[in-house]
Design a binder for this molecule. Structure first.
Ligand code: SF4
Length: 286
C-alpha cells in the first residue's frame, strides 16, 4: 500500500519539481523566517483551540502572544542552523532577501494578528475537530493521510492562512486543499462538512485584519478528487516532474525559490542525467 501525505500532494500541486527535490531526493532548501513565523502562529491557534475545546474558553490573547513569541524565537534557532547548512546552495538573491526580513517586524505583525483574530473570529468558532488526523483510500493501493486543523461544531471546516497583502476574492469551492479536506472530514465523521471557511489574517505594516472567504453547502466531486490524487501518485512513480512556471514568476525566481540552482541544473542536464547525479544511490548528496 502506497501512503501519501496531504502535504506531499499539495507540494506536487504547487510545484512538481519541489516534490522531486524534497521527497525523491531528500534535499531540503527552503529555510525562510516567514515559514517559521507561520508555523508559530499555527501552533498558537492549535493550542488555543485544543484548550477551548476542553474548557470552552481557551487561552487569553496575552498568553497567546507570549506563547507565539516563545515558539517563534525557538523556531528561529532551527532556522539559523538550516540556513547555515544550506547557504552554499542558495542564490545571493535568496540570501539577500532573507537578510532583509526583520525579526522584530515579524514579531509585531504576529502580535497584531493575534489581537485581530481574538477580536474578530475567536468568539465565532466553537471547536470540534482540532489537529485531527484523517486517512482515506484514494484507490486500492493508495492511502492518503493528513490532519484537519480546525472545524466548528456545526460542521464548518476552517482553514487559517496568514498573508501580508489582502487576498483577492476567490472561489474556494475549487481550492484543491479544501477539496481534500472535505474527503478527510467525511472519513472521520461519515458525512460532508456543511461549509468551508478560509480565514486570512492579513498582517499589514501597521495593522492586522481578518478576511474570510466562506462557502455554504460545499461540494466535493469525490471521483475527480480521487482521480487527481491517483494521477499525482502515478506521475511521481513515472518520474514526471516539471516546472509549473515557464514564464517569469515570483514563485520561480532566484529570490524566492531555494531550489533555484537545482532547477537550473535540471534544465541543463535533463531528468535522467540529473537523477543519476543526485539520486540517493548516486555519487553526490547535499
Ligand atoms: S524554480 Fe520554479 S519550478 Fe523549480 S523548484 Fe523552484 S518553484 Fe519549482
Amino acid at each position: 500500500m502506497r501512503k501519501v501525505s496531504f502535504s506531499q500532494l499539495m507540494t506536487y500541486i504547487r510545484c512538481p519539481e519541489h516534490w522531486l527535490f524534497q521527497y525523491n531526493l531528500g534535499i531540503r532548501r527552503n529555510p525562510k523566517k516567514i515559514l517559521k513565523h507561520g508555523f508559530a502562529l499555527h501552533e498558537v491557534f492549535a493550542y488555543h483551540f485544543t484548550e477551548k475545546k476542553k474548557d470552552g474558553k481557551g487561552i487569553k490573547p496575552g498568553e497567546a502572544k507570549e506563547f507565539f513569541a516563545d515558539v517563534f524565537l525557538s523556531a528561529l534557532d532551527d532556522y539559523k542552523q538550516e540556513l547555515e547548512a544550506m547557504r552554499p546552495y542558495l542564490t545571493k538573491e535568496y540570501l539577500a532577501k532573507e537578510r532583509q526580513v526583520d525579526i522584530n517586524d515579524l514579531l509585531d505583525r504576529g502580535m497584531r494578528g493575534i489581537d485581530a483574530y481574538f477580536k474578530r473570529l475567536n468568539s465565532l468558532i466553537i471547536p470540534d475537530l482540532v489537529e485531527e488526523p484523517f486517512e482515506f483510500q484514494a484507490s486500492k493501493n493508495v492511502l492518503v493521510k493528513g490532519r484537519l486543523d480546525l472545524t466548528h461544531i456545526n460542521g464548518t471546516i476552517h482553514e487559517l492562512k496568514t498573508t501580508r497583502k489582502s487576498p483577492n476574492m476567490q472561489d474556494i469551492r475549487s481550492d484543491p486543499q479544501l477539496a481534500i479536506y472535505q474527503l478527510g472530514y467525511h472519513s472521520i465523521k461519515g458525512k460532508y462538512p456543511v461549509a468551508l471557511s478560509k480565514d486570512y489574517i492579513v498582517l499589514g505594516k501597521s495593522d492586522a485584519k481578518i478576511t474570510r472567504f466562506k462557502v455554504a453547502r460545499p461540494f466535493a466531486d469525490k471521483n475527480t478528487v480521487l482521480r487527481n490524487i491517483n494521477a499525482i501518485v502515478k506521475a511521481t512513480e513515472s518520474g514526471i516532474f516539471y516546472c509549473m512556471h515557464p514564464a517569469e514568476s515570483w514563485f520561480c525566481s532566484k529570490g524566492w525559490c531555494g531550489y533555484y540552482t537545482l532547477h537550473q541544473e535540471l534544465k541543463k542536464l535533463g531528468i535522467e542525467r540529473f537523477l543519476a547525479k543526485y539520486s540517493r544511490s548516486g555519487p553526490r548528496r547535499s
